[in-house]
Design a protein around this ligand. Structure first.
Ligand SMILES: [Zn+2]
Length: 340
């Protein structure tokens, strides 16, 4: 147990070194247990770092101070943002605290390391997929749907897409809930539902700001879906994400949100569906060893599947018997390494 100075920085630096996605601070027996989410598995700090895995509550208090949260208020959920300099590099953290019966619990998500977006090829897109995506991101109008389940890395892909435009000096406006990562090259708007500043309201306002490219964090309601489709038809390039377990479902979500199929067909330029696939550690074949820190996995791969305009046409022409994706040679499915 410890509350020494610099402990939080050491924990964050360890998380960076481990390529952890999140740090958990669990209240147990009056102390706080530190765990890291690495390649999807939750590991107690004691197994992966040299420092103590049970620390005092001072660490959570320090997180709250740095995240500009109300320190005295331990009875409600709060969230904030921290940019931290550690010996392992600069890191952006999204911090969320919540009261539990054993005390305040906190999770810090590592949202940006070095705070720059990775390129599409660093993301793992190559060959035909990369060529097709590059062609579409250069368009003046239309909708690019990044689809997948929760945690599939959709935000990372959207940032890589926008990077193509912002690197060219164009005006990129984003609407996010919340803004996970501050990127100087973008003009970022944060949704605030409580103030009536919804995705739909932000999008209406953003369209009047003459952007070259717009990013809408997620389409999850009818109003936003309809404004986005209309905007895509009227000379705006919009990159957005939808929750979908298949690429076909991503297209159909827009119809379910009340858009006419013919509009969706004209507006959607490309669907990029993705998922993360675990790879088994080659040394222990999944049993767990020192090399993989007992996780049995050697990391995760991103798998992309792209639906072009022609397939979207076929899909919407007959949604009851959707085309089998594998039969279309222009929509290769590639399993590629994702940089974590
Ligand atoms: Zn192993």
């Amino acid at each position: 147990m410890s509350d020494r100075e610099g402990l939080l920085e050491d924990i964050v630096a360890a998380a960076l070194t481990l390529h952890a996605s999140d740090i958990h601070f669990d209240p147990v027996d009056g102390l706080v247990e530190v765990l890291f989410r690495v390649h999807g598995s939750l590991l107690p700090a004691v197994r992966v770092m040299d420092i103590e895995s049970r620390v005092t509550r001072a660490v959570v208090q320090r997180l709250k101070v740095l995240g500009k949260l109300a320190l005295g208020d331990q009875r409600r959920a709060q969230d904030g943002h921290i940019r931290m300099q550690t010996f392992a590099g600069i890191c952006d953290l999204r911090v969320a605290v919540v009261p539990t019966v054993t005390g305040e619990r906190a999770v810090a998500r590592l949202v940006g390391v070095g705070h720059s977006a990775v390129t599409l090829s660093e993301l793992g897109m190559h060959g035909d997929v990369l060529a097709e995506v590059r062609q579409v991101i250069a368009l003046r109008s239309g909708l690019i749907l990044v689809a997948g389940r929760v945690g599939a890395g959709k935000s990372t892909t959207m940032r890589s897409l926008l990077k193509e435009r912002s690197d060219a000096g164009e005006s990129v406006l984003t609407i996010e809930d919340p803004v996970e990562l501050m990127i100087p090259a973008y003009r970022q708007m944060a949704v605030d539902d409580k103030q009536g500043w919804t995705f739909a309201e932000c999008l209406r306002a953003a369209l009047r700001q003459d952007p070259d490219c717009l990013m809408v964090g997620e389409i999850r309601d009818e109003e936003t879906a309809q404004i986005a489709v209309r905007a895509g038809l009227t000379g705006h390039l919009i990159v957005t994400s939808v929750h979908a377990s298949t690429p076909e479902q991503a297209v159909m979500r827009l119809v379910e949100f009340g858009n006419r199929p013919s509009f969706v067909r004209q507006a959607v330029a490309l669907v990029i569906w993705q998922r993360l696939v675990r790879t088994v550690c080659p040394d222990c074949r999944g049993a767990g060893c020192d090399g993989c820190r007992g996780t049995g996995s050697a990391g995760r791969f991103a798998q992309f599947r792209v639906l072009s305009g022609r397939v979207i046409d076929l899909l919407l022409a007959d949604p009851d018997s959707p085309p089998r994706l594998e039969t279309y040679h222009d929509t290769p499915s590639l399993a590629l390494t994702k940089k974590e």
